[in-house]
Design a protein around this ligand. Structure first.
Ligand code: SF4
Ligand code: SF4
Length: 391
């Protein structure tokens, strides 16, 4: 009976803390702008292929296989965790035993997958500690990324070791369940939150070409109003919002979900031609900055409303113009990301802010704008001369 009371107390305390963390993140999410989704059939097939099939992970063969094993392993052992919770509530031992042969097969699978997870976690931890892999030693990870990864991997190793003894040792059983509660409550504050957000992020992935600039309805309305003054448009339709992204309140919900889903694997940065040629741009850092800035400013906006200002912004204090203009818009980061995050979308929207709100752009681009405005072409010749080179 006393065991039952302790378990129920620990269970509900853990769920209460976890719910508070999720509640906080959900309200941050509501600060951002909603967008509409369609084409649910394609979305579902992406979720099955990239999410459950882990197809994009295999672009790096060895690391991809290990990650996929980790993912599938956790899916299998979650059955055992569910049974432990039922055992805890009912003060029983192996509550699902009544399933007979199926139970024995699942139990055996749990033991096998537990062993595989243990081996994979040890390999990952050794890699972090003893192997110099450039994508794990980037400046943006020096803040807390490496420590966090080591902590979580150590927790997973402990979880798997205790898993093997939960049937024979009460101490192992309690340690295992307490570690699960600790793990659960670390998730919302770590990159491992992707365990929860990766699936919805895949479901809501961008289906269009990654470099396609999003259509701006308010601009269209302004142009229409100029071309067809006889048409009456709703005043609210033609008042422009801020163009592009300066700070977190300008983000869409998908941008923020991207930031919550980032595994910090660095595959995007590894593939980024700007980063590889020594420019100060890391798509992983862009995504990490969004999450960090939301953690900084989100509480202020929730407390004092969207107009609250802390005299800082995502653009400027976190992400510099130099980083933004280093992007070639090649889309390699989007292509490589195993959870279909689009760092380039944030970069493009920040550039849009710089050009349309601040009127700033590198000299080469300003010249192109001037040519388009004056000549109707990006070159220093007018559009009616565009075929002269043939003569
Ligand atoms: S789109 Fe930009 S950030 Fe992404 S890989 Fe290409 S250059 Fe790098
Ligand atoms: S954006 Fe994607 S590829 Fe880049 S670090 Fe995050 S999860 Fe990895």
């Amino acid at each position: 009976m006393i065991n039952q009371i302790i378990f129920i107390f620990l269970f509900f305390s853990s769920i209460a803390v976890f719910s508070f963390s999720i509640y906080r993140i959900y309200h941050f999410y509501l600060i951002t702008k909603p967008i509409r989704y369609h084409n649910w059939y394609s979305r579902l097939s992406i979720l099955l292929k990239v999410g459950f099939g882990q197809s994009k992970l295999f672009r790096l063969h060895f690391a991809g296989l290990l990650h996929a094993l980790l993912f599938w392993g956790f899916l299998v052992i979650s059955f055992g965790t569910l049974e432990m919770v039922v055992d805890g509530f009912t003060n029983n031992h192996q509550s699902f035993q009544g399933l007979g042969t199926i139970y024995n097969i699942i139990n055996l699978s749990i033991q096998i997958m537990g062993g595989i997870i243990l081996i994979v976690a040890i390999i990952f931890l050794s890699r972090r500690l003893f192997v110099n892999i450039p994508r794990f030693n980037a400046p943006e990870l020096k803040r807390k990324g490496k420590r966090e990864a080591i902590l979580i991997l150590s927790l997973i190793i402990l979880l798997m070791i205790t898993l093997f003894f939960i049937s024979s040792s009460a101490f192992a059983w309690w340690l295992h369940i307490i570690l699960i509660f600790v793990f659960l409550n670390l998730l919302p504050y770590s990159k491992h939150f992707h365990i929860i957000t990766a699936a919805p992020n895949l479901l809501l992935a961008d289906l269009e070409a990654p470099s396609k600039m999003k259509h701006m309805k308010n601009i269209e309305h302004e142009v229409r109003a100029m071309l067809h003054p006889e048409q009456t448009l709703e005043v609210s339709d033609i008042v422009p919002e801020r163009f592009g992204i300066k700070d977190i309140e300008d983000l869409t919900r998908k941008h923020y979900l991207d930031a919550l889903s980032c595994t910090q694997c660095g595959r995007c940065t590894n593939a980024c031609p700007a980063n590889r040629t020594g420019h100060k741009l890391s798509p992983r850092k862009i995504v990490m900055d969004v999450r960090e800035r939301m953690n900084e400013k989100g509480p202020l906006l929730l407390k004092n409303g969207l107009a609250a200002d802390d005299h800082k912004s995502l653009l400027g204090n976190y992400i510099t113009e130099e980083e933004l203009w280093a992007c070639t818009t090649c889309g390699a980061c989007v292509q490589e990301c195993p959870v279909m995050i689009n760092p380039m979308a944030i970069i493009l929207e920040m550039r849009r802010y710089l050009v349309m709100e601040e009127g700033t752009a590198p000299a080469g681009i300003t010249a192109v704008f001037a040519n388009i405005e004056n000549n109707g072409s990006p070159w220093q010749i007018s559009s009616d001369q565009r075929t002269s080179w043939i003569k």
